[in-house]
Design a binder for this molecule. Structure first.
Ligand SMILES: Cc1cc2nc3c(=O)[nH]c(=O)nc-3n(C[C@H](O)[C@H](O)[C@H](O)COP(=O)(O)O)c2cc1C
Length: 323
C-alpha cells in the first residue's frame, strides 16, 4: 500500500490529469471502477484566487470522487502556493503542480512545461506550496524541455531537488516538452532517476493504452507506479482490468453492450448536470472514440454518435446501437 498522508493507494495505478476530460464524470467513473486516486485537468492558478470562483461547482469535488487531487499551473511560485491553498480549502485531498504542459500559449506565458528550464522556480514553487498546505504536494514533469544537454541537466536538477525536498510523488511523462505527444515515451530515463534516488516516490507516464501495458510497466520499470491517461478516455473499465491483472487474476470479460450502454448513459447524464445541452453534446462526443472501441461495430457506432446533435439524439443512438 502506497501512502501519501491520508491517501492510501491499494494499487499503484492512478488516472492522469487530462485537461478537457477529467472533469467530475470521468473522475467519478474511474473511482467506481477501482482507480484509487483521480485528478482534475490542469487549472490556471489565478482562477482560484477570484473570490467567487471557488464557489462554482466545477471547482469543487463531488463526495464520491475522493481521494481527488487538484492540478494547477502558473508562473509565479507565490501565486501557485496561494492557489494550492485555495484548492485544499475547497476540499481536494492533494495538490499536483504541473511543470509538463506543452501547449504553445502556456509556454509563451512562462507556465508549466516552460519551467522545465527553470529548476529554481520549480523548487521554490514546491517549497512555498508545502509551507501553506497540509495535504500531500505532487509534481508532474517531463523528461526535459527538449533533447539538448542543457535541458537534460535541468531535468536532473529538478529530480535531485525533488528527492532532497521530499516531494510526495513525482510523475515523469517520458516525452520532452518539445515532443508534445509525438513519438514513443521514454521509460528508461525515469527508471534511471528511480535508481539514482530510490527514496523518491516516482510514477511514470506514457503510452499506457491497455491494462496489460500498465501492469507490464509497473512490473518491469522499477518505478513505484503508473498513470493512465489516454487509455482511460471512454474506458473506465481499464481500472478493474488493471486491478485483476495486478492481483494475479485473469482479465475480466469485456463489459457487455448492456453494461457499456448503462455507463455511457450515466456519463452523459452527469455531463448534462454540469453543462448546458449545446455544450454537453460535443463534450460527450470526445469520449465516444474510446467507448466505441469495445463495440463490435465500432466504426458505424462512432459515426452515428458523431452525427448526434442533441441530447435526445445521443440517447437514441446509444439505445439503438447498444440494445
Ligand atoms: C488531451 C490531453 C490532455 C492532457 N491534459 C493534461 C493535464 O491537464 N495535466 C497533465 O499533467 N497532463 C496532461 N496530459 C498528459 C497526460 O496526463 C499524460 O502524461 C500523457 O498523455 C502521456 O500518457 P499517455 O501516452 O498514456 O496518454 C494530457 C494529455 C492529453 C492527451
Amino acid at each position: 500500500m502506497l501512502k501519501f498522508g491520508d491517501i492510501g493507494l491499494d494499487m499503484p495505478f492512478i488516472q492522469a490529469p487530462l485537461s478537457g476530460y477529467t472533469d467530475h464524470p470521468m473522475r467519478v467513473l474511474a473511482r467506481r471502477f477501482g482507480c484509487p486516486l483521480v485528478f482534475t485537468g490542469v487549472m490556471l492558478d489565478k482562477i482560484s484566487l477570484h473570490p467567487r470562483a471557488m464557489r462554482q461547482i466545477k471547482f469543487r469535488p463531488f463526495p464520491e470522487e475522493h481521494p481527488v487531487g487538484a492540478q494547477i499551473m502558473g508562473s509565479d511560485p507565490a501565486t501557485m502556493a496561494q492557489s494550492a491553498a485555495a484548492f485544499e480549502r475547497a476540499g481536494y485531498d492533494c495538490i499536483d503542480l504541473n511543470f509538463a504542459c506543452p501547449v504553445p500559449k502556456v509556454l509563451r506565458r512562462e507556465r508549466a512545461g516552460y519551467l522545465m528550464r527553470r529548476p529554481a522556480i520549480v523548487r521554490e514553487t514546491w517549497q512555498r506550496t508545502r509551507e501553506v498546505v497540509s495535504c500531500p504536494v505532487f509534481m508532474k514533469i517531463r523528461v526535459g524541455f527538449d533533447s539538448s544537454e542543457a535541458a537534460r541537466e535541468d531535468f536532473w536538477t529538478i529530480c535531485e531537488n525533488a528527492a532532497a525536498d521530499g516531494v510526495d510523488l513525482l510523475t515523469i511523462h517520458g516525452r520532452t516538452v518539445e515532443q508534445k505527444y509525438k513519438g514513443q515515451a521514454d521509460w528508461d530515463l525515469p527508471a534511471e532517476v528511480k535508481r539514482a534516488f530510490p527514496k523518491l516516490t516516482l510514477f511514470g507516464s506514457g503510452d499506457i493504452m491497455t491494462a496489460e501495458t500498465a501492469v507490464e510497466r509497473a512490473t518491469t520499470s522499477g518505478l513505484d507506479g503508473v498513470i493512465v491517461a489516454r487509455g482511460a478516455i471512454g474506458n473506465p473499465w481499464i481500472f478493474q482490468e488493471i486491478r485483476a491483472l495486478w492481483e494475479g487474476r485473469s482479465k475480466p470479460l469485456s463489459p457487455t453492450l448492456a453494461e457499456q450502454k448503462q455507463i455511457m448513459l450515466e456519463h452523459f447524464e452527469m455531463i448534462l448536470e454540469t453543462r448546458p445541452p449545446r455544450k454537453a453534446v460535443p463534450y460527450f462526443r470526445k469520449f465516444t472514440v474510446g467507448y466505441c472501441r469495445r463495440h463490435p461495430q465500432r466504426k458505424q457506432t462512432m459515426l452515428a454518435l458523431m452525427q448526434a446533435r442533441t441530447p435526445d439524439q445521443i440517447h437514441r443512438t446509444i439505445e439503438d446501437y447498444y440494445s
